[in-house]
Ligand binder design. Structure first.
Ligand code: HEM
Length: 141
C-alpha cells in the first residue's frame, strides 16, 4: 500500500502541472464564505498563488518531519495568528475542503484514498498552525 506521503507527493506533482490549479483553488476557497473573500480584498492574488504553491510543499515537509518543514509551518502559524492576520481556527476546515475539491478536479488519479491521504497530511500542519492562534511561537525556534 502506498504511504500517505508518497500518494500526496505524486498527487501534488500532478496538480502543480495543471495550469489552472491555483486559480481554481482560490475561486473555490473565496466562494466558501464572504468572510473568507473579505480577507483577500487587498491581496495581490498572482503573488498569493505563488506563495501558496510553496506553502503546501511546506505542509508536506512538515508531515514528513523535516526541520525546514517545522520552521516554515511555525512561520505560517505566526503570520496567521490572532495578533497578525487573525485567521480563525475554524476557517481551516473551509480551506481543506476547497483544496481537496480542487485536487479532485486536477489529479487524474484522484480517489477516496487520495482524499484521505491529503486530509491526514494537512491535519498535522494545520494543528500546528491553529495551536499558535493565541500565542505564536517565535519562528524558527
Ligand atoms: C494550512 C492552510 C494554509 C496555508 C498553507 C496558507 C499559506 C499561506 C501563505 C504561504 C501565505 C503567504 C505568506 C504569509 O503571509 O505567511 C498566506 C497568506 C495569507 N493567508 Fe494563508 N494559508 C493557509 C490558511 C489560510 C486560511 C484558512 C485563511 C483564511 C482566510 C488564510 C488567509 C490568508 C491571508 C488573508 C493571507 C495574506 C494575504 C495578503 O498578503 O494579503 N490562509 N497563507
Amino acid at each position: 500500500m502506498t504511504a500517505d506521503k508518497d500518494l500526496v507527493q505524486s498527487s501534488y506533482g500532478a496538480c502543480c502541472l495543471s495550469p489552472k490549479f491555483f486559480d481554481d483553488f482560490y475561486d473555490a476557497f473565496l466562494a466558501s464564505s464572504s468572510v473568507i473573500a473579505g480577507k483577500f480584498v487587498n491581496t495581490d492574488m498572482a503573488k498569493q498563488k505563488r506563495l501558496l504553491r510553496d506553502g503546501i510543499s511546506f505542509m508536506i515537509m512538515y508531515f514528513n518531519g523535516t526541520a525546514v518543514g517545522r520552521m516554515k509551518v511555525d512561520k505560517l502559524g505566526e503570520s496567521h495568528s490572532q495578533g497578525r492576520m487573525d485567521i480563525k481556527p475554524q476557517w481551516y476546515d473551509l480551506w481543506v475542503n476547497a483544496l481537496v475539491k480542487t485536487i479532485a478536479k486536477h489529479d487524474p488519479k484522484f480517489s477516496p484514498v487520495t482524499d484521505r491521504a491529503w486530509r491526514t497530511v494537512l491535519a498535522k500542519g494545520i494543528e500546528a498552525m491553529r495551536s499558535q492562534y493565541y500565542a505564536p511561537a517565535a519562528a524558527g525556534v
